[in-house]
Design a binder for this molecule. Structure first.
Ligand code: GGG
Length: 360
């Protein structure tokens, strides 16, 4: 019988622990499909792109890779970065190539406490942490403009310039996205992050666009905070935040901090969205390839499984996404935890427990 809802997913495990966590997420979605009695189906195709592929071909992705990915409903990604390839080559050659090539301009990174997970923030008087960091994912500090010049300056005299690009269109679309997201949440608040006192062009434009867009959302509370102050606020006043919108670099840093404050970066999920749905969106854990533990079977699969839940939501499968999230919470509450969150369980133990909890 053909499933009534069927989705084609391209998986790219990438480097290091990417293959371990992508396998875990696939198993969870396949278990959901198996339990749906034919109502839901996923077809997977795996692509071997990443640093090993680079060692064989000199490229992080096949030349026709992006064209081949267009045929899929979504991309499920692991991680990029391995010591054999310079980090800027691997990042630009794969993750950024896909995010920017598919105009996945909104990177959504939800963060919340999970039962059974010890957080450095969790105290008796702290209300539950529940944030979404919205990362501008197409330009800013990752615009790719700059250069290096040695000319005539002799040893030690090289100059490098790295420009950040802020377009009015780029600022406006991500800020509107953040406001629209805030309207779907209990706490209707958007905090905008810049460093516009020091970076007086692009980030002042961002602030101005934020103020203009905010006027269209009188029902949403706002604040504008400098990135250094926001880093402190994450730690000191987490209950005062809901949606946090920031540039590519600032949100990258803040979302790692957020993951660590929730208990571990290994728990953090993310969606790289092309909201217009002209191109595939891509779902990946926030963490990288973790070369120090790769291949040991001990990495935390929850960030990747949470990313699979975001992919289900993107497919319009809100109930299934909620079911996966309940299974994540139940698994954490039961104490089946990998070592980054204080347990001794393996990646496979956590995945198996979570699949059992899908049934509840
Ligand atoms: N799964 C996310 C990942 O592989 N991240 C590697 C990394 O270095 N990312 C940098 C970035 O997201 O800007």
């Amino acid at each position: 019988m053909t499933p009534t809802r069927h989705f084609r997913i391209a998986s790219i495990p990438g480097d290091g622990v990417g293959s371990e966590v992508v396998a875990a997420g696939r198993q969870v979605l396949d278990a959901l499909a198996a339990a749906s009695h034919g109502a839901l189906g996923f077809t997977w195709e795996e692509f071997p792109w990443g640093s090993d592929y680079h060692a064989r071909t000199g490229k992080m992705i096949a030349d026709d890779g992006p064209d081949r990915l267009r045929a899929f409903d979504a991309v499920y990604f692991g991680a990029v970065g391995w010591p054999t390839v310079p980090d800027h080559v691997s990042l630009w050659g794969l993750r950024l190539r896909l995010c920017q090539g598919f105009d996945q301009w909104a990177n959504v990174r939800p963060v919340h406490f999970l039962p059974g997970i010890t957080s450095p923030l969790r105290t008796a008087d702290t209300t539950p942490l529940d944030w979404v960091v919205v990362r501008e994912n197409s330009e800013g500090e990752y615009g790719g403009f700059g250069g290096r010049n040695f000319a005539g300056r002799g040893p030690g005299g090289e100059i490098a310039v790295q420009s950040a690009v802020f377009t009015e269109v780029g600022c406006e679309r991500i800020i509107r996205f953040a406001f629209d997201l805030a309207r779907t949440r209990d706490r209707r608040k958007v905090a905008s992050v810049t460093k516009s006192n020091a970076q007086q062009y692009g980030m002042v434009l961002w602030d101005e666009v934020f103020a203009r867009v905010a006027a269209d959302y009188p029902d949403v509370e706002t604040e504008s905070v400098l990135v250094d102050a926001m880093a402190a606020k994450f730690v000191l006043a987490p209950q005062d935040l809901s949606v946090v919108v920031a540039s590519n670099l600032h949100a990258d840093i803040l979302s790692d901090l957020a993951g660590a404050l929730a208990g571990s970066l290994g728990l953090a999920a993310s969606a790289n969205l092309n909201p217009e749905r002209r191109h595939p969106s891509m779902f990946e854990p926030v963490h990288g390839s973790a070369p120090d533990i790769a291949g040991q079977g001990v990495c935390n699969p929850i960030g990747a499984i949470g990313s699979a839940a975001l992919m289900l939501e993107h497919f319009g499968l809100a109930q299934e996404a909620a079911r996966v999230r309940r299974a994540i919470a139940a698994t954490c509450a039961s104490g089946v935890l990998t070592r980054d969150v204080g347990g001794t369980a393996t990646t496979k133990d956590v995945t198996a427990a979570l699949i059992d909890n899908l049934a509840d």
